[in-house]
Design a protein around this ligand. Structure first.
Ligand SMILES: Cc1ncc(COP(=O)(O)O)c(C=O)c1O
Length: 317
């Protein structure tokens, strides 16, 4: 159980006490995994607290909800405001913010599309997700569990049920002593980690799988692609075989929770000769400075969090 510590959860327009943020045990989302969510981070920057790529996260949340026939109960600007309000109310930094769109009323029956759609937003302290200190790099196992084809479960939507697959792959990798799993797509190409995208570097070129490998189009992935090309590095999105990955010079994971984490081993194969490799390091250097608000070129990626009274929502239902 997480500690309450006077923290608040935003539920359909109201900030409720952490300990009171409950939904019904017969809720549709709990039984069938039909929920959509986001993971977002807020950082302490030189200009005060700020949320990284807020608009892009809210856009993805709305797209995921639309795909799963869940009419959003709030507009995108209202969701952005609600996230800012929840962050301000909790005052945790750095934080990990979790908006969830769900059907929370008792409504069994998988085809039941009638239940009310709700939005909840929670905030928890952000920790280093993979490995203590991202510099050290992590060991990843090629998972025996493959990503379902997007013809079955579309990877672009960040839906709760997708994470059964991530869970199985992650549990298998940790029981085998690895830090993380790398899942292949249904054709056997490298797809992604349980909650991260995968990059590799070979002969100075940065590679990452594209949507045809059944990945979530990560917002960190997009940021890294932009930073890499702005650094003048050739960037290629293509299907990658396991052999290409294990013979790469450098590899790394990207994700909101993980940020950027070098991969030092894939299965029994060491990657490159040092962790992080020089290109990974140059991208990490820019990325982590961006998060602190130190790179004017990418300042637009940070939305300042105003203090509570300024950000409070008006006229919520
Ligand atoms: C399966 C999966 N792939 C990739 C990512 C990375 O996406 P982002 O950088 O938007 O957090 C995540 C995390 O949201 C994820 O769950």
């Amino acid at each position: 159980m997480m500690a309450a510590d006077g923290k608040k959860i935003w539920m359909d327009g109201r900030l409720v006490d952490f300990d009171d943020a409950y939904v019904h045990v017969l809720s549709h989302t709990l039984h069938y995994g039909v929920g959509v969510f986001e993971g977002i981070r807020a950082y302490s920057t030189s200009k005060g607290p700020a949320i990284f790529r807020l608009k892009e996260h809210v856009d993805r949340l709305c797209t995921s909800a639309k795909f799963y026939h869940m009419p959003m109960p709030f507009t995108a600007p209202e969701v952005e405001q609600a996230i800012l309000e929840t962050q301000a109310a909790n005052g945790i930094l750095p934080s990990y913010i979790r908006p969830l769109v769900y059907r929370g009323e008792p409504a069994l029956g998988v085809k039941n599309l009638k239940g009310r759609v709700s939005l909840a937003i929670g905030v928890i302290p952000a920790k280093k997700y993979l490995g203590e200190g991202s510099e050290a790099g992590v060991r990843a196992k090629i998972s025996p569990f493959r990503k379902p084809s997007s013809e079955s479960i579309p990877s672009f939507a960040k839906a709760s049920g997708n994470y059964l697959n991530s869970y199985l792959a992650g549990a298998d990798a940790s029981k085998d002593g690895y830090d993380e799993a790398i899942l292949l797509d249904s054709r056997g190409f490298v797809a992604e980690g349980t909650g991260e995208n995968v990059f590799m570097v070979r002969n100075g070129t940065v590679y990452t799988p594209g949507l045809d490998s059944d990945i979530l189009l990560g917002i960190t992935r997009d940021s890294v692609l932009r930073i890499a090309s702005d650094l003048g590095l050739p960037v290629v999105e293509k299907q990658l075989s396991v052999n290409e990955l294990i013979s790469s010079d450098e590899a790394f994971f990207t994700g909101t929770f993980a940020e950027i984490v070098p991969i030092k081993e894939v299965g029994h194969y060491p990657i490159g000769t040092r962790t992080p490799g020089p290109i990974t390091r140059s991208i990490m250097d820019v990325f982590f400075r961006v998060l602190k608000g130190e790179v004017p070129q990418y300042e637009g990626w940070l939305t300042p969090v105003p203090p509570l009274p300024e950000v409070a929502l008006s006229g919520q239902p």
